[in-house]
Write a protein that binds this ligand. Sequence first.
Ligand code: CA
Ligand code: CA
Ligand code: CA
Ligand code: CA
Length: 270
Amino acid sequence: MKAGTAGTTGTLAIALGLAGLTATARAAEAALALGDGTRQPWISELRVDQQGADTDEYVEIAGTPGASLAGIWILAIGDGGSDIGGVVEMAINLSAWSLGTNGYLVARESSFGTTVLGGRTLSVAAGATDAVIGSGDSMNLENADNVTYMLVLGFTGAVGTDLDTDNDGTLDATPWATLLDSVAFMRSGSKEPVYADVRVGPIDLSGTSGMPPHAWRAESGWQVGGYGSWDLDTPGAPAQAAPAPGAITGAALFLVRPGRRRRTAPRRAA
Ligand SMILES: [Ca+2]
Ligand SMILES: [Ca+2]
Ligand SMILES: [Ca+2]
Ligand SMILES: [Ca+2]
């Protein structure tokens, strides 16, 4: 939620157009499997902001249907107090959960599904694991400045731990066994360092100050959805195809040109 902004009711989808992987990167990705032989899971969709109170935030994880998430954590790394970066803001242990029969899990707050936008509320798709994390607004996916989201195996740190003591954008401690996936959400003018090669935003939407409110990983790369609309949210289900320009009333489709800091990164089907 952003105070003093009118918000937008239009739905925007922005193709970030990630470049393809190198042969070496593809081989490395294919080789990285969990102990039970299943393919490593990945972050497939995030809702970090919305029009009004942020009651409906969620993180969607995708992977092999039914795969155990034992030892796997979702982390949010950002600022803390006067420290501008590298602080573990959120750490969710998914060990008790498995991916659903359709290969998805949605980690969400108990308040998820309560906000009506465009005449509908969000719900977790049938076949997906519905993981209620905490109560109320406790997931608190920050949208006030840059945040890096990570999916890791074997996390031994804690909320509040500073992993980048000199704030130079390079982690000085990595208290996990394996980094499975990462993506950074970028806000306009934010000076907080991020720790992922895949970066979504900043993107110029009314009411968000550049922070992507919603994004998902598509075949063509990460795409960004609207601030005041659930039209492109698919919690617990595969992403919709990106709409053609003008396909949704009041919508626009933008191609975000590669920024100089953007690098190639793993890409997977959502
Ligand atoms: Ca938020
Ligand atoms: Ca720090
Ligand atoms: Ca550092
Ligand atoms: Ca989805």
